[in-house]
Design a protein around this ligand. Structure first.
Ligand code: WTA
Length: 663
């Protein structure tokens, strides 16, 4: 490091607030500070601005119908089609421009560009193929796919025919696929033969087939041929399985009219982890969700049609849905899709892509930024990143050091950084600075977006003072919100509303949405999100339910009981720590440990694998028999232990601690 660098580092370390770069402001989509007041005064009609990002087949009657909270309806009786919004309406002006730039793996292989015309054609053909298979409006189609272009094509093909999709992350296990297909009564699956990870082919279809064995109804599957000649795994397709290339070839040139969907019709659902062992099927609608994705892409990501926008998330998660597919394509821009990992073939892979494609925005996760930081600035320094105009993060809290590193080494101090807080359930961004207007404060996501009403409250629902930790609540509905949990209105109310609402009331003012995050607010109204307050662990920005992991561990033969907590992790943010009691006569061997880790991998997927498995004879429990997770968290973090006097078995804590340390 030169002296100049050291000086700069020292200055950055001190600096707590950063102004939006002038050059950025001069061209930003949203620059009028008055928008905050205007939206507050004009609520809920302010959301016409979001709806106005779209071309509706039929105009809506009412912006918000709040007659039956918390079952809000947005843009009532409006008609539209998401595939039309993302494709057809751009064809005149942008037919020859790239909609998707797909960067595949292995490197130097078959990167593909899809213009809007080409994507439109592929979507039409696959939509026709889905119809041919019998997929009708409102039939749920499951996708279990890595980051290949056919995943985007399939999402839009489903949207075109009004069939909601349910994407299951490809890294999830066969069991997880089966659970989700069963819960959604989904009769159709799109998957692929395999894909590449760090250059090696992976067999994906075998995993999908194992999952299908656990599905309790008849299904039809379409299999995308991703692997190249010679890399295949000699799969024979069963009678109810079709080759993607064949079904699409049979529809060459087909055109499918985009069906008119009601604003409130389901566009997709997405399963996410919650406090109980059963994943929640979050339902999103066509009008409200798409307006939200488009509006926030415009206002926060500053997307313009001529941009080459790069979000490094996976479409298997909500970030990829809203900010690789729906938001960017609704705005007619070029959206990048990257199949691989950031460190293959080398740790400069993302920077190489940014340089080659002249990416204008990068939206990624703090876990990735922490890894980049650890690898060192030499990797981004190898490349010209001057095409970048804006940087974003999502998924977990970002510590100021990582924020500043990103700002300096990736953004060259000339790109605003938006730290965006939101959830699967919110459909899109909720709390973040507007990049062309607001001062940025590293470590704080910022104020709520205009028109979004957030309060930080105590357990009684009273607003807490600035600087004190409380709970984040949302006090008014918003168009992108989930409408319910699939076929489970009661759980929807219990999970998100019951905590702070008067659930007997018909008055929307009595209904408060609780996302289960802790947060604090400063004197300027900037919110720092502290993390989940339920039993959900955020590993590398992925939500995992402790109950799901515990039940996977207890499912391993020889295990009697298990408790799982999240402990701090330098790169992943949080990692899974498991405390396990074995059945009588079982030995706490390495083999047993291996079986437990494998059990979690089988039930959920590799992301949920415990960092550490500690065997114990007992778990610390209160007199009423509740496991004291707080103590286990302190053990996982190597922290000093809190009060143990309320425990039934205080002596066990020191013992567990000793074992954890000696591992
Ligand atoms: C966390 C991802 C702090 C939070 C879009 C939330 C964040 C959960 C941030 C949702 C952020 C997301 N700062 N924490 N900027 N963004 N989170 O459903 O705990 O996968 O509740 O959606 O991630 O995760 P989900």
């Amino acid at each position: 490091m030169s002296d100049g660098d050291a000086e700069l580092e020292a200055r950055l370390a001190e600096q707590e607030a950063f102004e939006p770069p002038e050059e950025f402001v001069a061209q930003a989509n949203v620059t009028d500070e008055g928008i905050y007041e205007e939206f507050a005064e004009n609520w809920p009609d302010c959301w016409e601005q979001a709806a106005g990002m779209l071309d509706w087949f039929e105009d809506y009657d009412q912006v918000l119908d709040d007659s039956n909270p918390p079952f809000y309806k947005w843009f009532t009786d409006g008609k539209l089609n998401a595939s039309y919004e993302c494709l057809d309406r751009h064809l005149d002006e942008r037919g020859d421009e790239a909609a998707i730039e797909w960067v595949g793996e292995p490197v130097e292989e078959d990167n593909r560009t899809f213009t809007y015309d080409e994507l439109h054609r592929e979507v039409n053909e696959f939509a026709a193929a889905l119809r041919e298979m019998g997929v009708g409006e409102d039939d749920i189609v499951t996708m279990y796919m890595p980051m290949v272009p056919e995943l985007t094509i399939a999402l839009l093909a489903c949207a075109r025919i009004g069939a909601p999709h349910s994407v299951v992350f490809a890294g999830f296990s066969a069991d997880a696929l089966a659970t989700r297909m069963n819960a959604a009564d989904s009769e159709y699956l799109l998957t692929c033969d395999g894909y590449y990870r760090r250059g090696d082919p992976l067999d994906h279809l075998s995993k999908a087939n194992t999952g299908l064995e656990g599905v309790d109804h008849d299904t039809q599957t379409v299999v995308v041929e991703r692997l190249m000649d010679g890399d295949g795994f000699d799969h024979d397709l069963a009678d109810d399985q079709h080759s993607y290339s064949e079904v699409v070839a049979a529809q060459a040139g087909a055109e499918v009219d985009p069906v008119e969907r009601d604003a409130e019709d389901m566009l997709f659902m997405m399963y996410t982890s919650g406090t109980t062992g059963k994943p929640k099927g979050v339902k999103h609608t066509t009008g409200g969700y798409l307006s939200w994705a488009a509006w926030t892409s415009h206002a926060v990501l500053d997307i313009k049609p001529e941009d080459t926008y790069f979000c490094s998330a996976d479409i298997g998660w909500i970030t990829g849905h809203s900010y690789i597919v729906y938001g960017p394509l609704a705005l007619g821009t070029t959206s990048m899709m990257y199949e691989g990992t950031p460190d293959y073939p080398d740790r400069d892979r993302l920077w190489e892509i940014v340089e080659e494609y002249e990416a204008t925005q990068l939206y990624t996760a703090p876990t990735a930024i922490r890894a980049f930081m650890k690898w060192g600035a030499e990797y981004p320094d190898r490349h010209d990143l001057s095409s970048l105009r804006l940087l974003g993060t999502v998924g977990e809290p970002i510590n100021p050091r990582a924020w500043k590193w990103y700002y300096k080494h990736i953004g060259d101090e000339s790109c605003p950084v938006v730290d965006t807080w939101w959830q699967t359930e919110t459909g899109g961004m909720m709390v973040t600075t507007l990049p062309g207007i607001k001062t940025m404060k590293p470590g704080s996501a910022g104020p709520p977006l205009p028109g979004v009403d957030v309060q930080i409250v105590d357990t009684m629902g009273e607003e807490v003072e600035a600087g004190r930790a409380g709970y984040l609540t949302v006090n008014k509905p918003w168009p992108g919100m989930l409408r319910t949990l699939y076929k489970n209105d009661e759980r929807f109310i219990n999970e998100y509303w019951a905590e702070y609402s008067d659930t007997d009331s018909d008055d929307p003012a009595d209904w408060v949405y609780f996302p289960e995050d802790g947060a604090k607010i400063d004197d300027d109204g900037y919110i720092t999100v502290l993390g989940r307050v339920d039993d959900v662990i955020n590993v590398s920005g992925h939500r995992l339910g402790t109950m799901e992991i515990e039940s996977a561990i207890v499912g391993v033969e020889g295990v009697a009981e298990a408790a799982v907590v999240g402990g701090d992790h330098e790169i992943k943010g949080e990692a899974v720590y498991a405390y396990v009691i074995l059945e009588e006569g079982q030995e706490p061997t390495e083999e047993m440990r291996g079986k437990i880790v494998q059990g979690v991998d089988d039930a959920i997927g590799p992301i949920a694998k415990p960092e550490q498995v500690v065997f114990t004879e007992e778990l610390p429990k209160t007199r009423s028999g509740k496991i004291m997770r707080r103590l286990l968290e302190q053990i996982a973090n190597g922290e000093e232990l809190g009060d143990t006097t309320t425990l039934r078995n205080p002596e066990i804590v020191a013992e567990i601690q000793e074992r954890a340390q000696s591992d």
